[in-house]
Design a protein around this ligand. Structure first.
Ligand code: CR1
Length: 743
């Protein structure tokens, strides 16, 4: 979510009032804004997308709730010590004025125990989940004000607590002090910490506990609210839509089925029809290591009744598949929710598909890949209409108006109002001013000021001076091999070596560059940490090399988060979105950078492809192999049919010559490319990457042309508003309409 104050003031239209009032008291509104801690309850694009959804749903007057966990510790704070990432706990909850504790709204959540079967006098069988342990979920509400509307929605975050309350005094009085404390601590562990992995699942029991705790509390809340209306159960899907943001809340499907059959006494078929009409599932990644699977024994122990229901769902599903494809024996094992491995595993994505009425990916390429690879069999079973695409977007309130107030004001001045913040397609009208000299000038001045602001931040946090006239080249996102920060830093080394080999005359023609990196590595992701280390070692050498001077600077901005992104996005000349084709679901920072007048260099991956379609291929720097070629290239690497790119070899030679510290520190990174199959195709894309960067340099030298590209691109970004996205979900998945709040 990032910070709230600035966004909330802008959304409810009170920032000017606040500024004046504070100034009367001798304070600057900016200083007050900067006191706030980021709410960092997620890892990367997935969580930030949810935050953009909340802003949009409130702005468009959709009566919608967000549900999540109130982690005591969100994503860790990152420090760089001697070039290495160090993780520090993030005490974000101290002095958080935005949450409203609802101590009266609690739900008892059960774990472990066993299932008993009962038969009544009519022979009807029922199940009851008994014993085990109970943990209490307590609601904390965070208000989400929409922009230019009276609607304020609610984000409800659940915190875990011992069911006896703060402390079991009975146990205490009986002399069992230790166990009273232990109960309390075990319960509080559930919402204690966010798992710090982006695009990776690790199957730990506590994580499954978190997921169930969150789903069960939220479902109880939703069902309680529905029951107050006294409507018939059949109306449930008309009144309620639940969207699963990836598979992490898939247990909600099973939980609703359990509530309906075990608690409310509905027949299986009626209940299941309600469930599937209620849920929609968004898939956010095709990376195999991110696809959730839970071990059957683990689930059997923690959630015995849910496992039974999953087996039942699977049985009915497989029976229907067998009926439709009687001659295809293999399909049953391929699509089964249960993977017949040792131990057996529950495939959460399959459960999510089977329990939902619509499944969508987050960009066109990604949704196509889902249909042709991961979920191919399900397309055969359910038909293509069950699968759809909704390309991601971003909220222009935070990512233009709040992050770049001067650009927003310039656009408003030209368009005559701030209406574009509610209908981003209106931006297309600024293209008419592309030849207006004064407008262009102003556009350039704003970019320069934003670069100065970032330069100031860099100076304050790293001690390095960067030249604001240099080309600012930015890659900020989670550090991951598939996102290929290693390709970027190898490109930087190539540039460094090239400059070193130049004559004084040649150096005069070099376009000065500042290569800016930022992003966290998962604490257990060793290769990602190695990449961070290499970036910082290269920075040490390059930034202090007198032969280089202002021609190249390398900066690693520590602790990248939402509020840093708000400073960084408006300040880029070019940003990098360079994942191996076919691996990035969508990417959303690509949209943020373009909306702020930065150009981008990228592969034909995720939403880059649609950004190109919208802004025109003359306004983007695309490079690299296509998704359709990836499999073949990997195959060739596997059979040794490949030669390392010679310019990349030169880069590796420098690393092996200890130019950037001990070569041993980077040997695994190099051998993953040289010897172990180059899974992310760094070598295959290297030549295309550096040639395209030469084109970037050339283009940047013609500042007038560059400005035209920048303005035209912003003008054509309307499609990527989160409001378009939200309306698409509302129409094609949720079947919900806006509800105006009356005065
Ligand atoms: C994807 O990697 C996408 C976001 C939001 C991420 C990224 O490309 O922009 O989702 N996926 O859709 C993810 O976190 C668990 O999967």
């Amino acid at each position: 979510m990032g910070r709230t104050l600035d966004n909330a003031m802008l959304n409810v239209g009170l920032k000017d009032v606040a500024r004046d009032g504070l100034s009367d008291l001798g304070f600057r509104v900016e200083d007050v804004i900067n006191q706030e801690h980021d709410a960092a309850l997620g890892n990367g694009g997935l969580g930030r997308l949810a935050a953009c959804f909340l802003d949009s749903m409130a702005t468009l007057n959709y009566p919608a709730w967000g549900y999540g966990l109130r982690y005591r510790y969100g994503i860790f704070k990152q420090e760089i010590v001697n070039g290495y990432q160090v993780e520090i706990p993030d005490y974000w909850l101290d002095n958080n004025p935005w949450e409203f504790p609802r101590h009266e709204i609690t739900v008892d959540i059960q774990f472990y125990g066993n299932v008993k079967k009962y038969q009544d006098e009519n022979g009807r069988i029922s199940h009851s989940w008994e014993d085990g342990e109970i943990v209490q979920a307590v609601a904390y509400d965070v208000p989400i004000p929409g922009y230019g509307t009276k609607t304020t929605n609610n984000l409800r975050l659940w915190s875990s607590k011992a069911s006896s309350g703060e402390f079991d005094f009975q146990k205490f009085n009986a002399g069992d002090y230790e166990s009273a404390v232990a109960d309390q601590q075990r319960a509080e562990t559930i919402s204690a910490v966010l798992y710090p992995n982006d695009n990776l699942e690790r199957g730990k029991e506590l994580r499954l506990k978190q997921q169930y705790f969150w789903c069960a509390a939220s479902l109880f809340d939703i069902v309680r609210r529905f029951k107050k209306t006294k409507r018939a159960w059949g109306e449930f899907p008309d009144q309620i839509a639940i969207q699963l943001n990836d598979t992490h809340p898939t247990l909600a499907i099973v939980e609703l089925q359990r509530i309906l059959i075990d608690k409310e006494g509905l027949e299986w078929d009626e209940a299941w029809s309600i469930v599937t009409k209620t849920f929609g599932y968004t898939n956010h990644t095709v990376l195999p290591e991110a696809l959730e699977k839970w071990s059957v024994p683990l689930m059997q122990n923690l959630l015995p009744r849910h496992l039974q229901i999953i087996y039942e769902i699977n049985l009915f599903f497989l029976q229907s598949v067998e009926k439709r494809f009687p001659n295809d024996r293999d399909i049953l094992s391929r699509v089964s929710i249960i993977e017949e491995s040792h131990p057996k595993m529950v495939r959460m994505a399959y459960l999510a598909i089977i329990g939902s009425h619509k499944v969508n990916g987050v960009a066109e390429l990604h949704s196509d890949l889902l249909k042709t690879t991961l979920f191919k069999d399900f397309v055969k079973i359910y038909g293509p209409d069950r699968f759809t695409n909704v390309t991601n977007g971003i909220t222009p309130r935070r990512w233009l108006h709040q992050a770049n107030p001067r650009l927003s004001a310039l656009i408003a001045e030209k368009l005559g109002s701030y209406d574009f913040l509610k209908d981003l397609t209106l931006l297309d009208k600024i293209e008419a001013f592309v030849d207006d000299k004064a407008f262009r000038e102003e556009w350039a001045v704003i970019k320069r000021e934003n670069k100065l602001r970032l330069a100031k931040h860099i100076k304050a946090t790293t001690g390095f001076d960067v030249n604001p006239n240099a080309l600012f080249d930015v890659q900020v996102k989670r550090i991951h091999e598939y996102k290929r920060q290693q390709l970027n830093i190898f490109g930087v080394i190539h540039r460094y070596l090239s400059i070193k080999a130049m004559s004084a005359e040649e150096k005069k023609k070099v376009v000065p560059r500042v290569s800016i990196f930022g992003g966290k590595a998962a604490p257990g992701y060793w290769m990602a940490k190695t990449i961070i280390h290499l970036i910082n070692k290269v920075a040490d050498v390059v930034n202090k090399d007198p032969e280089i001077g202002d021609l190249l600077k390398v900066i690693f901005i520590a602790d990248y988060n939402v509020s840093k992104a708000e400073i960084i996005c408006p300040a880029s000349d070019i940003s990098e979105h360079i994942s191996t084709a076919g691996t990035e679901g969508s990417g959303t920072s690509n949209m943020k950078f373009v909306l702020n007048g930065g150009l981008i260099i990228g592969t034909c991956d995720g939403a880059n492809i649609e950004i190109t379609r919208e802004i025109g291929e003359q306004n983007i720097f695309l490079f690299g192999n296509l998704a359709e070629d990836v499999e073949d290239l990997r195959h060739r690497h596997f059979y040794g049919d490949f030669k390392l790119d010679p310019q990349l070899e030169r880069v590796f030679d420098a690393i092996k010559d200890n130019v950037f510290g001990d070569k041993a520190d980077f040997s695994a990174l190099i051998s993953s490319i040289e010897e172990h199959g180059d899974y992310y195709l760094v070598s295959d894309d290297f030549n295309s990457y550096i040639t395209t960067h030469e084109m970037v340099d050339e283009a940047f030298q013609n500042q007038e042309e560059w400005l035209v590209k920048s303005i035209a691109s912003v003008a054509r970004m309307g499609f990527f508003s989160m409001d378009r996205v939200t309306n698409e979900y509302a129409d094609s998945i949720w079947n919900v309409e806006p509800l105006d709040v009356k005065d």
